[in-house]
Design a protein around this ligand. Sequence first.
Ligand SMILES: [Zn+2]
Length: 279
Amino acid sequence: MNKTLLACFLLIPHLACSSTLPKQLAVPGGIVNIELGSIATPAPEVFFQKNRVLVLENDHKWVAVVGIPLDSKVGQHSITIQSGKHKTQSNFEIDAKDYPAQYLTIKNKRMVNPNPDDLKRISNERPTINKALNTWTEQPINDLSFSLPVQGRLSSPFGLKRFFNKQAKNPHSGLDIAAPTGTTITAPASGVVLNTGNYYYNGNTVFLDHGQGLVTGYFHMSKITVQAGQLVEAGSKLGEVGATGRVTGPHLHWNVYLNKTKVDPALFVPELIPAEAKQ
Ligand SMILES: [Zn+2]
């Protein structure tokens, strides 16, 4: 429990107590925070598109923190709220966001058009990666503000429409921070190491579980200094920046997942909140 919350519960219970929520940005790839009701009743179970959603306490209310998939349609969506046997829906709106395009040239052509052996490797890796991303750990969460995992230049924001060697590929699913090979990568918040490995596109990779479906991923590392199962504190070293996997140079690609959905990591980092989410 952080110091503010401790003060809330023990010292000044009459004051409103707040968690640190990520910034809301109701667009594809963004996050919507939905108030659910008083904490006088047990926390409800919340689902969005059949995936369980993170719920935390904020200002004496339960709040659902919903990750919005990049391919979501603009317009009305809803969550399902289950309190005991009682089931309700809550609607919310998703606005449009036009993410810019980015054209990259990859020298290793197999990273753009994998050969049959590469494709076999990619499909063999997928269940391991999906297992890490689909983790749900039941645990209370009270702080969703992250520090940047690497000091460096923000080289590519989340959501860019991507073209590799002029071919349209999946949009950019994380935030890129460029830094020299060997720069230390630290955990942005406490968590448990779910998985480490070397994957075709992601290179040397670490996945962290922060609880309730909040999972973070660290790709293209030159060195991994943690092991699966290890508990890490905010600021603990995870490894070093590198250029493994599909890259144009050394950088950290950082992913954040909520309810099995990749969302913009910048929404969790107070100094990086996107301009349109600031109000
Ligand atoms: Zn990236």
